[in-house]
Design a protein. Structure first.
Length: 93
């Protein structure tokens, strides 16, 4: 099992890596510096991979959907109306 894991890890880095620049606030950078043992590049890389996978699934779902823009607007109006009604009920009562 360990041998297979080592091979998988080696294969992950067989692809050529490119660099990107990521901007964060000074506050976030200071918080990150509290954990110097963390590999922030690997964390960002994994977060990007997860987001891309989610977007890929969303795109595939959207292509198969029969939900129209009009349907979305109609549903949005219903949700807004229901939320407004609930908010008014909670604030008055």
């Amino acid at each position: 099992m360990a041998r297979l894991e080592a091979q998988l890890s080696a294969n992950q880095f067989a692809s050529k890596m490119v660099s990107i620049t990521l901007s964060v606030t000074e506050e976030l950078k200071k918080k990150m510096e509290e954990f110097p043992e963390m590999n922030w590049s690997a964390i960002a890389r994994e977060a990007i991979k997860q987001r891309l996978e989610m977007l890929r699934k969303f795109k595939a779902f959207a292509l198969e959907s029969t939900f129209t823009e009009e349907d979305a607007i109609r549903l949005g109006r219903k949700v807004n109306k229901a939320l407004a009604k609930r908010y008014l009920h909670e604030t008055r009562g």
